[in-house]
Design a protein around this ligand. Structure first.
Ligand code: HMG
Ligand code: MG
Length: 296
């Protein structure tokens, strides 16, 4: 019972670049976003309104959002009141808050225990909903934590439920350090879909141990039809040691297209977007589809 259509939420400009030490020129970021839209991306995390002291790469968020074209759902991350206030000064209407199931990870990432983050975020979510924002909640360390190890399914599901009760529109459930395997992906996503059937649910896999495509296949079988992916497989959270890139958009699109699942994304144009960002990033692009495309 696989879906015939899947939505790709491109996270390259956000997750893909946030871990880059050298500042990527704002104009290059803007062009990257435009080329991704040209390749058929319809939903994208474009930047983060986080503290520039914590993540200097995202310090140009206010400039980036001015460049996003109409017709694409542009989502920005915001960790706190200050972030949401900054978003409200822009024309953006989709916000992603983010929290880790693991307390230690949450402290490293947003300097607060998970419970305190939720206490801060619940009234913010309700205000955002009153003002008609689309609200996404990114659930980090949904499977494993780099500090605490295995995370209990029940804890992840309980945090998902808290966000659902707070009124979010979508959950993005993340394997932050790419440790999950397909049996775990199938189990967790089946349970989340069963518990929260009304909610949009996306899967966010990092490909650290090369299990991400297999996890996507497992998540598809659990009823997930929304996936966060990053062009060129860039990405990683600066506060999750060892975390490498997100699963690559091109590899996911290739696999889904060959399975007869429509993504609306043009692989040639996507490859050109990766060409543009390659010189701006510190790591070579080693994803399967891209390397083969550029050899021929
Ligand atoms: P803090 O130091 O506790 O914050 O950091 P604070 O409230 O004490 O503020 C410190 C300074 O930052 C102040 O400035 C604030 O104004 C400023 P000062 O008075 O010193 O000049 N500040 C801000 N400036 C701009 N925008 C803001 C903001 N907030 C405070 N929003 C804080 C707490 C949450 C701010 C910090 O920890 C932070 O920014 N963390 C973000 C970390 C991050 O971006 N991580 C990556 C994204 S999450 C991720 O990648 C995971 C995901 O992909 C899913 C997965 O794979 O798991 C989504
Ligand atoms: Mg991530």
């Amino acid at each position: 019972n696989l879906p015939t259509k899947v939505t790709i939420i491109e996270v390259g400009p956000r997750d893909g670049l946030q871990n880059e030490e050298s500042f990527v020129d704002t104009e290059v970021k803007k062009k990257f976003i435009l080329q991704l839209v040209g390749a058929g991306i319809k939903e994208m995390e474009v930047t983060s309104f986080v503290s520039p002291k914590w993540v200097p790469q995202m310090r140009d968020a206010a400039e980036i959002v001015q460049a996003v074209p109409a017709g694409v759902k542009s989502i920005v991350l915001a960790p706190n009141r200050r972030g949401v206030d900054r978003v409200m000064e822009t024309s953006i209407n989709a916000v992603a808050v983010f929290v880790g199931v693991s307390n230690t990870f949450n402290k490293k990432n947003i300097n607060k225990p998970t419970k305190e983050s939720m206490e801060e975020l619940i009234p913010i979510i309700s205000e955002l909903k009153k003002r008609n924002y689309f609200v996404r909640a990114c659930i980090s360390t949904a499977f494993y934590c780099p500090y605490e190890g295995k995370v209990a399914e029940a804890d992840t599901i309980s945090l998902c439920r808290e966000f659902a009760e707070a009124g979010v529109d979508e959950l993005s459930v993340a394997d932050t350090i790419g440790m999950a395997v397909p049996t775990e992906a199938f189990s967790l996503f089946s349970k989340i879909k069963k518990e929260l059937p009304e909610l949009m649910v996306a899967a966010h896999f990092h490909d650290t141990r090369k299990t991400a495509l297999a996890n996507i296949f497992a998540a598809l079988q659990a009823g997930i039809d929304r996936f966060d992916t990053s062009a060129g497989g860039l990405g990683g959270c600066p506060f999750a040691p060892g975390a490498t890139g997100n699963v690559a958009t091109e590899d996911v699109v290739y696999m889904l297209q060959r399975m007869g699942i429509d993504t609306g994304i043009n692989l040639d144009k996507l490859t050109e977007a990766i060409d543009l960002i390659t010189p701006a990033v510190s790591r070579p692009i080693t994803t399967g589809y891209y390397q083969l495309a550029r050899k021929s």
